[in-house]
Ligand binder design. Structure first.
Ligand SMILES: *Cc1c(COP(=O)(O)O)cnc(C)c1O
Length: 454
């Protein structure tokens, strides 16, 4: 097998891969593209893997011509569904470098340079949140694994405390809300924990007052964590973190803040005060692949006291002793998982290249476009705002539309390649929703989409 040799053919492929990547990054706007069916893909790419290879150029061509157009461009400026991802050019390009570099970023021994850089990027986030100097963690795949890892650390800690106190308590509950991300329910299933949903206030926020009542009703000693959301996915709601922190402190319960989407707003002065209390979190996550312009997949997971996470997550095996016995920072010890890619490096590279001021400006710009969108919705008589946007998600109603109208409108947008904006729902009602995290999304894009609903 000669596939590991760098030949003339490799050389030609390298040039073509770089050319393709450059072209993709240069496109403005990128084609939105659309999904194909399994049968359509069978037709064009079904027999791709054969005993004889067809060469890199042909494989690249197959991807570029047949498969890439069947993948939506989530960085399209009128892709406003779910939470889009709009990497900086620097971050996207550096992902190529990471791929070419064969870095094992699970341990300091093997990846100290990468781990050092990733920790710098984590420190930037910890400073934005106001976490103490000892805070730390690692970059994991996404918010789902980040939340799960933080909650596992919370439970391990709570059970050790209970054991030491000899109370016989075995905390098994998490307090969250209806607005908490689905990954919290998933974490509970994985951990065999119970989620108790605390009622929200009239601004749809979790508050300390209601939390306190629910804890007392259920027995605070049965809880090992409270999950607050800093930017709910559906509405961008930030819970009342300060009063929640007070209650967590009163009862000695782990305070986890899920900022997977909204945590990026910490870098935006115009909304920063909504996050007061986040500095008291025991753990905090934010996905740079959402609103911090890193490519998939990248979640920053931070712990106030990383030692607690290390106790919960370090894997023990004789072949790993050489790593575990070292006093250095091993990112793998802070989450579920062992082998890890240096997924924080593209984010780090972009921070170094662009400077953090550029991040603040880009995030503020998306907030401005969201405010514009809200004002436009208020100005037009056929749409109305459902809830004022706290961050960069706007949920609104098209008067007179039923669920099928929203879906037909959304399907038509994609068919026309105008945009990708799927409806959401709240309290059983189908609604329109814009999630604006792409700095290339303009006021004109918003106008075009709202016009299409007239
Ligand atoms: C997106 C999101 C998650 C899950 O993150 P993934 O990276 O998709 O796993 C968790 N919480 C919130 C608030 C989110 O917006």
């Amino acid at each position: 097998m000669t596939v590991h040799q760098f030949t003339d053919e490799t050389q030609a492929l390298a040039a073509e891969i770089l050319r393709y990547s450059e072209e993709r990054l240069r496109m403005d706007p990128v084609p939105l593209d659309s999904p194909l069916t399994r049968a359509e893909l069978d037709d064009v790419a079904g027999a791709a893997i054969q005993s004889e290879g067809r060469g890199g150029l042909a494989a690249l061509d197959l991807f570029a011509q047949k498969l890439a157009p069947a993948c939506l461009s989530i960085d399209h400026p009128r892709y406003l569904s779910f939470i889009p991802c709009a990497p900086t050019r620097e971050a996207a390009m550096f992902d190529l470098v990471v791929g070419a570099s064969s870095i094992y970023a699970g341990s300091w021994l093997e990846g100290s340079g990468a781990v050092y850089a990733e920790n710098q990027a984590l420190r930037w986030i910890a400073d934005l949140a106001g976490l103490p100097a000892e805070a730390g963690g690692s970059f994991v795949q996404g918010g789902t694994i980040g939340n799960l890892s933080a909650l596992v650390a919370a439970r391990t800690t709570a059970r050790e405390v209970a054991e030491r106190a000899g109370t016989g308590a075995r905390p098994y509950r998490i307090a969250a809300t209806v607005g908490s991300h689905s990954s919290i329910a998933t974490a509970c299933r994985v951990m065999d924990a119970d989620e108790v949903q605390v009622p929200v206030n009239d601004r749809m926020q979790l508050t300390g007052e209601r939390l306190r009542e629910v804890l007392l009703e259920n027995g605070p000693e049965t809880f090992f964590a409270v999950v607050a959301t800093a930017g709910s996915t559906n509405f961008g709601i930030i819970d009342d973190l300060e009063s929640i922190a007070d209650v967590c402190e009163e009862f000695g319960i782990w305070f986890h803040v899920d900022g997977a989407y909204g945590g990026a707003g910490l870098a935006a002065p115009s909304v920063r005060e909504k996050y007061v209390g986040v500095e008291r979190a025991d753990s905090f996550i934010v996905d740079p692949h959402k609103w911090l312009f890193a490519p998939f997949d990248c979640c920053a997971l931070l712990y106030r006291d990383p030692n607690l996470a290390r106790v919960a997550h370090t894997q023990h095996a004789t072949y790993l002793d050489v790593l575990n016995d070292s006093p250095e920072w091993n990112p793998t010890d802070y989450s579920v998982g062992l082998t890890r890619r240096a997924r924080g490096l593209p984010f780090w590279f972009s921070l170094v290249a662009n400077g953090t001021d550029a991040y603040t400006q880009a995030i503020e710009h998306t907030l401005d476009v969201t405010r514009f969108a809200q004002a436009e919705v208020e100005r037009r008589d056929y749409v109305e705002v459902v809830r004022d946007a706290d961050l960069s998600v706007l949920v609104f109603r098209r008067l007179g539309w039923k669920s099928e109208d929203y879906h037909a409108w959304s399907d038509q947008l994609l068919a026309d390649q105008t945009g990708f904006v799927v409806p959401t729902s709240h309290d059983g009602e189908t609604l329109a929703r814009f999630a604006i995290v792409n700095p290339l999304t303009t006021e004109d894009d918003i106008r075009i989409l709202l016009d299409s609903m007239a």
